[in-house]
Write a protein that binds this ligand. Structure first.
Ligand SMILES: Nc1nc2c(ncn2[C@@H]2O[C@H](COP(=O)(O)OP(=O)(O)OP(=O)(O)O)[C@@H](O)[C@H]2O)c(=O)[nH]1
Ligand SMILES: [Mg+2]
Length: 290
């Protein structure tokens, strides 16, 4: 893959602004929910997060468990637990394990609440900040916890535009925030994982390179998916030939019978985006140098 695709300086002003607003609100916060995508437990974790959420108690929430390869993702769960994180995996599509988060939050607040009680003070609402990369499922998580559609969600990065407080019940209040990244996407694998799994907009990286990366990654770790979905047993040395095969199989033909490559690329991108291709984890613990 092309070396100079790394070091992508893509850090829009609204992300810097969100970070500033988070810092300004930090003194109101008791607990932080750091939301990451179970299909990329390393790539989707904000690299400089400790710089601005300091030492607040944290819960690491892995969304999209229903779409991941649990065998691989479990290795990352163990890794993060080993670092001292409280990790909760959730499937927000089917509302699984969501209330485990509340139990963990209550555990984190137990000492603090006990101290208040001992001093004769009334129990205070727990205020939680939710942070994570774009499209990780932060707002969906809030809707699940509140039990109705309280905030706007969408299957593309950049849906939430402003910070907003949502009351869950008398004991819990959540601060939803827009997705953020870190200033330099200097690790090529991380950048391509983010693009492949809908955390950064398609146009940030060349779409051809992204699709090439997706096909190569599937071929390396999940060859059966390529076979089932696209009838491909082996990638061609010239990836265009593989595009041709996908195009023929999926009827992406232009007038005159030529392959419509834009359509082929969108089919692959959308198969991941829509969760049609699942049971996949692109970050491989065994191959990573952290
Ligand atoms: N299959 C599946 N889809 C999920 C899960 N969690 C979130 N999604 C989907 O992921 C997409 C993004 O959800 P949002 O809640 O809008 O993401 P966000 O983190 O708030 O994104 P921004 O506001 O853009 O930063 C939506 O299409 C959700 O339905 C999950 O656990 N499983
Ligand atoms: Mg959102």
């Amino acid at each position: 893959m092309n070396e100079n695709k790394a070091n992508i300086n893509w850090y829009p002003g609204h992300m810097a602004k969100t970070k500033r607003l988070i810092s300004e609100n930090l003194n109101l916060i008791d607990v932080v929910y750091e939301v990451i995508d179970a299909r990329m437990p390393y790539s989707s974790k904000i690299k400089d997060i400790n710089n601005y959420i300091k030492d607040k108690p944290k819960v690491l929430i892995m969304t999209k468990i229903d779409l991941c390869d649990l065998k691989e993702t479990n290795k990352w769960i163990k890794y993060y637990e080993g670092l001292g994180y409280k990790v909760v995996g959730v499937d927000l599509e089917h509302n699984k394990n969501v209330f485990k988060i509340i139990d963990v939050t209550n555990e984190l607040m137990e000492d603090y609440n006990k101290k208040r009680e001992d001093k004769g003070m009334i129990k205070r609402k727990t205020r939680v900040l939710i942070v994570g990369i774009p499209n990780a499922g932060k707002s969906t998580l809030i809707n699940r916890l509140v039990g109705k559609k309280a905030v706007v969600v969408g299957n593309k990065p950049g849906v939430t535009k402003a910070l907003s407080w949502i009351r869950i019940n008398d004991e819990l209040e959540l601060l939803d925030t827009p997705g953020i990244l870190w200033p330099k996407l200097d690790n090529e694998i991380v950048a391509f994982n983010l693009a492949s799994l809908t955390a950064i907009k398609e146009e940030i990286l060349p779409i051809f390179e992204v699709v090439n990366y997706i096909l190569n990654t599937l071929y390396k770790y999940y060859p059966e998916v390529l076979k089932e979905r696209y009838g491909i047993e082996q990638l061609d040395e010239d990836i265009i030939l593989t595009f041709d095969k996908i195009g023929k199989r999926r009827g992406c033909l232009m007038r005159g019978g030529e392959i419509d490559y834009d359509k082929v690329m969108m089919i692959v991108i959308n198969d991941l985006k829509d969760g049609i291709i699942k049971n996949i984890t692109f970050d491989r613990y065994d191959n990573f140098e952290i």
